[in-house]
Design a protein around this ligand. Structure first.
Ligand SMILES: NC(=O)c1ccc[n+]([C@@H]2O[C@H](COP(=O)([O-])OP(=O)(O)OC[C@H]3O[C@@H](n4cnc5c(N)ncnc54)[C@H](OP(=O)(O)O)[C@@H]3O)[C@@H](O)[C@H]2O)c1
Length: 293
């Protein structure tokens, strides 16, 4: 089937700054092509502060939705007319959908992380979880893990004030009191991880081009720990390599990226994304990352 752009082609936009490194257009266009819809995902580099103007234009121009990444997630939340529950919790959004002249904001990072773990057979219920990094993604993971029934959360962040703020929000918004905030210190991490079931890296440490970076001391890892690194470039981060060596079960960041795209397609087009389509997106993403550097 020809898949040409014509005068009826619709757009799902992706905005951020920087944006050129993003894999989303590659992943999502493969899925859209397979779906046989006349829709394309196109990336736009939009400097901070200009999201409102761009969204206003997109809305008039008939764009279906806008996937939003750094530095616009808080602004996306503010400019929306309606927000889903998870966006309300987060105070930020990563997807805007135009519906009946209204702008609806969604926050899907929590869903995407949760499904990544679930699909690997990991159930968060009753688990003790350590999250390193409480930036945008770390916040989503913390809220989601509480909703998924985690027993205890420990938060580490280089800038401890951000972790403290998140800890307070978990108590206030979700009534969750089993949260500890600790300084980003190798000894504290070592002793805390002894009692944890799951470690999540939500910092950018270990990401290309700083691939030798590791967010925690490697000797803090033990074989009873599941290690989830949401960094996806490279797929096998130094943290995941060290964790494998220790015999830990590991989960990489690619499925989380794919499930974010799944949600965007579902919410912008109103279609269900099949398992076959998910598999296609996973294949495209792993292949693109293999050939990247
Ligand atoms: N797989 C996926 O779908 C997915 C989705 C979202 C994000 N991610 C990845 O997750 C990472 C974080 O994204 P984000 O959106 O949360 O970014 P962000 O809001 O900018 O947060 C960055 C986090 O990394 C920490 N950090 C940065 N450099 C550090 C260093 N040298 N030492 C210790 N901590 C450091 C920051 O600590 P401070 O607060 O102290 O600065 C903060 O906690 C990125 O690598 C991103 O690519 C993956």
């Amino acid at each position: 089937m020809a898949w040409e752009i014509d005068a009826r082609t619709k757009i799902i936009a992706l905005v951020g700054d920087p944006i050129e490194h993003s894999l989303t257009p590659q992943i999502q266009n493969a899925a859209l092509k397979k779906l046989g819809v006349n829709v394309r995902n196109i990336a736009f580099r939009v400097p901070k502060g200009l999201l409102r103007d761009v969204v206003k234009g997109f809305k008039v121009a008939g764009v279906l939705g806008v996937m939003v990444t750094i530095p616009h997630k808080e602004d996306a939340f503010k400019i929306a007319d309606e927000r889903d529950k998870f966006a309300e919790l987060m105070g930020s959004a990563n997807l805007l959908v135009f519906k009946d002249k209204r702008v609806i904001a969604y926050s899907t990072d929590g869903y995407a992380a949760s499904r990544s773990l679930r699909e690997t057979g990991i159930d968060i219920r009753g688990k003790c979880v350590a999250i390193v990094g409480t930036g945008g993604a770390g916040r989503a993971l913390a809220f989601q893990f509480v909703l998924d029934g985690a027993r205890k959360l420990t938060l580490f962040n280089r800038t401890i004030e951000k972790a403290k703020k998140l800890g307070d929000e978990l108590k206030r918004k979700l009534g969750f009191s089993e949260v500890r905030v600790l300084a980003y210190d190798p000894d504290l991490i070592r002793s805390e991880l002894k009692n944890c079931d799951l470690l999540v890296n939500a910092t950018s440490v270990g990401m290309h081009p700083n691939e030798t970076g590791i967010p925690i001391p490697a000797d803090a890892l033990h074989r009873d720990l599941v290690v989830f690194d949401i960094v996806y470039n490279p797929v096998r981060t130094r943290l995941l390599k060290e964790a494998k060596r220790k015999g830990c079960k590991t989960v990489d960041g690619v499925p989380m990226l794919v499930y974010t795209n799944e949600k965007a397609i579902e919410l912008c087009l109103g279609v269900k994304v099949t398992d076959e389509l998910i598999k296609l997106m996973l294949r495209i993403c792993y292949k693109a990352l293999r050939h990247r550097h």
